[in-house]
Design a binder for this molecule. Structure first.
Ligand code: SF4
Length: 451
């Protein structure tokens, strides 16, 4: 890696900023500011720093509307908002508002009001990532702990189906393996790190134990651990590619530790048994608690993907895929999730906020998106999503240009403060969604009055 000169050319320092990238929500960042732009970031990992020091070439700066020739052309805010409101209010029967994981809870509040008003479906990225975890939590419970508890208490940490070193680069350094905690004064020397993953990942290389079970062998492996924990003898010599003696040894270490924490990722939620993998991981944690203290935390990706699920569950009773079309909130997996709705070609208006379905959804879902009006609220030219959008409303960067609340992967709310002003032509996400709500309300009110 090339040595980079420290940045010395800046005129302002803002401390205690929060990274708006992954679910670690690191809130110890320092921004170096020059001429109203962040030119350097201290304490962040490369992922976080590269996001905060945004590439202005990719920045969406003005509202745009697609013309009849198929080109996005610049429009003023009033025209773009009125057109978006007309699309939402003007006869749409199955609007879907998707995304929300990279914006603030304050913006979501107005999104729920708008969704209730027009009978929309509100859904977020959990539908393609930790949805199985949310289902499992409803089935089996949620023995979660905070990252602070992990830092101060845990002496055994398990990473299952995730490669934190690449996806959440400061997780091991700030919360789990390396920090010195109140009861773990020697940091890494007081902790045993285990990685359970078919791949020998960078996280596995940093670990004391690597359990490389077979692809899709998660459920069988967890089941074997639970059997051993309950005093059963394993009949097979090798389970999911792991010798039974190794499983017995691992279980013995897990039950004799003082405080354990298991972090699981999409490698567990998206292999063959899906939410049943998480069910059994939760059951394993519950079994371990008969011997010692154990908890688990999902490794959430976007910095506020957990926030949407917590906020929706608190406000509406359901964590994602919430359908207001009957006048009350309803949630049914496989029925009210964005991909299912799109592949059944049900939505007739789609609003995407702070997400890129064009890059992440399957072809069938994107095909339908290409056939219906799409409204995009985002800060960057979101690749395929902007190409699909009919109206583009440029928002602002939470945690850099706008303040807002987010929820960390462990459910701890974090207030993200503003450090610089947004570009003059952009608006805060919260303002945009509130404006849309007010304009849709007016259109609906005048329609009722004219009947
Ligand atoms: S670990 Fe995540 S939240 Fe922390 S600085 Fe890196 S990308 Fe940002």
């Amino acid at each position: 890696m090339a040595y980079e000169e420290p940045i010395t050319d800046y005129d302002e320092i803002v401390e205690n900023c929060t990274c708006a990238f992954c679910g670690c929500n690191c809130d110890d960042l320092t921004y170096l500011i020059k001429d109203g732009h962040v030119v350097g970031v201290r304490h962040a990992c490369r992922l976080g720093a590269s996001k905060v020091m945004e590439d202005m070439d990719q920045r969406l700066l003005v509202p745009m509307i697609r013309n009849e020739e198929g080109d996005l052309v610049e429009a003023d805010w009033d025209t773009a908002l009125d057109k978006a409101a007309e699309l939402i209010a003007g006869g749409a029967v199955r609007p879907v508002f998707y995304g929300w994981s990279e914006t603030s809870i304050e913006t979501m509040k107005h999104g729920i009001k708008l969704g209730e008003l027009v009978g929309a479906v509100l859904d977020n990225q959990a539908t393609i990532c930790h949805g199985p975890s949310l289902q499992a939590v409803q089935n089996a419970g949620y023995p979660v702990n905070t990252l602070g508890e992990v830092k101060n208490r845990a002496d055994m940490i398990v990473y299952s189906g995730n490669n934190a070193m690449n996806s959440h680069p400061r997780h091991l350094g700030r919360y789990s393996a390396f920090p010195r905690g109140y009861f773990r004064k020697r940091g890494r020397f007081d902790k045993t790190i285990v990685t359970m993953d078919p791949r020998y990942t960078d996280t596995a290389k940093m670990s004391d134990i690597w359990v490389g079970f077979e692809q899709n062998g998660d459920y069988e492996f967890y089941n074997a651990m639970r059997a051993v924990l309950r005093g059963k003898k394993l009949k097979k010599d090798v389970i999911s590619g792991i010798p039974k003696e190794d499983i017995e040894e691992l279980v013995e270490a897990m039950k004799t530790t003082q405080y354990g924490s298991l972090f699981f990722g999409l490698g567990l939620t998206h292999t063959l048994s899906k939410q049943r993998n998480i069910d059994i991981a939760i059951n394993l944690i519950q079994d371990l608690n008969k011997f010692t203290k154990w908890n688990l935390v999902p490794m959430r990706g976007h910095f506020n993907v957990n926030g949407f699920n917590i906020f929706m569950a608190f406000e509406m009773g359901f964590p994602y895929g919430v359908d207001f079309s009957r006048g009350y909130p309803r949630y049914m997996n496989g029925e009210t999730n964005t991909i299912d709705l799109l592949t059944r070609e049900e939505p007739d208006v789609f609003m995407v906020i702070a997400a890129d379905p064009g890059a992440h959804f399957p072809g069938g879902a994107n095909r339908h998106l290409a056939n219906i009006p799409v409204i995009q609220i985002d800060i960057h030219w979101g690749g395929p999503s902007t190409e699909l959008a009919d109206i583009v409303l440029p928002g602002s960067f939470i945690g850099v240009e706008a303040a807002g609340t987010s929820y960390r992967m462990d459910g701890v709310p974090i207030y993200m403060k503003k450090a610089i002003d947004k570009p003059e032509t952009c608006r805060d996400d919260e303002w945009i969604v509130r404006e849309l709500h007010e304009r849709v309300q007016k259109i609906k009110g005048s329609k009722i009055a004219s009947k």
